[in-house]
Write a protein that binds this ligand. Sequence first.
Ligand code: NAD
Ligand code: TYD
Length: 354
Amino acid sequence: MSKPRFSSTIAVTGGAGFIGSNLLTYLVDHHHDRQFVNLDTLTYAGNLANLKSIEDRPNYRFVKLDIADSGAVEAAFDRFQFDGIIHLAAETHVDRSILGPHPFIRTNVAGTLTLLEAVRQSGRRIRFHHVSTDEVFGSLGPTGLFREDSPYRPSSPYAASKASADHLVRAYHQTFGLDCVITNCSNNFGPYQFPEKLVPLTIRNAVAGETIPVYGDGLQVRDWLYVADHCRALDLVFREGVTGSTYLIGADNEVTNREIIQRVCRELDRRLGGGPREKLMRTVADRPGHDRRYAMDSAKIRQELGWAPSVSFDDAIAATVDWYLTHADWLDACVTGEYRKYYELNYSNRQQAL
Ligand code: NAD
Ligand code: TYD
């Protein structure tokens, strides 16, 4: 396929998921000279409705593709002659990785390897940006921060699969000279997040008057980052990150699970009346291997690339609650039979308190 209209063609894997769809919308809006090809197999977490606002744009394409299928990946590389890849496709939910780890190894490890091999076999210089997580570093104690050189100590099958992918990406840079960059990011929240994750699950259950499950004592800490700020960081690292480098992305928003649930409930009470919805919180059995605290030192990306979060935590929570309230149909559509089955399975072990 010739591509005279565009200066470059970039593949975004997992572009129909939460972060991928926010990212693609940002990229398509901000880089009209570039073509973006969404490679996504559309698992339960992939939803083309997330991309409605860009589906007809001339610089956006969608290809349904499983990244672990080497034939399909090679065909896409032949067809589009990619100049770069931003790799987000993954199985992403820790609880699902505990219930069944195999898909995590297939997509996150074998799928990443398949993409790296396609880049290597192409013989062309293709920037490979691997999007990873802080969970590869395991748990912090009450103090300290993760840094780019922190040791890898993944706790869950999900984190182990992402750690494995990170190692493969580094190995392909070292051994074969691939042009790779890695970003490890903290917990994101915002529009289009599948309601198995804490923030949208809290909103959904609180609006429906259902209990909000709190794992263990609920004092686990995450460094919450608004997805729009993550997307700006990804765009920057993809374009300007130094080859072979890793960048940690965090917003210095260390908040406990209990606190974030309370914040969300209070925003809902203000808008909908009634409540207090935080009374819907129920302590349930803890997640096995549950990491206590994540926190990021993101000085490198701030100093080297000039990135900083632009939306305050309060504004981001308010905007997120508003988004879900005005997209009730989107949220309802996530609650399929498959999701109910997963939900019951995940929470049946924790039922004693629900
Ligand atoms: P998500 O679960 O919302 O979406 C994942 C997407 O990948 C879906 O569209 C799905 O269809 C697609 N996908 C899954 N398997 C695939 C396969 N075999 N082939 C092609 N596509 C496939 O995930 P997310 O929360 O948007 O996360 C995106 C990336 O960011 C992941 O790599 C994740 O590890 C990383 N990350 C997420 C967070 C977070 O808080 N959500 C934080 C740090 C890093
Ligand atoms: P989650 O959104 O699953 O993201 P991650 O496991 O990648 O951090 O969970 C965020 C935190 O919230 C984590 O400490 C587990 C906790 N949690 C609950 O307490 N209750 C829930 O129902 C869920 C889904 C998560």
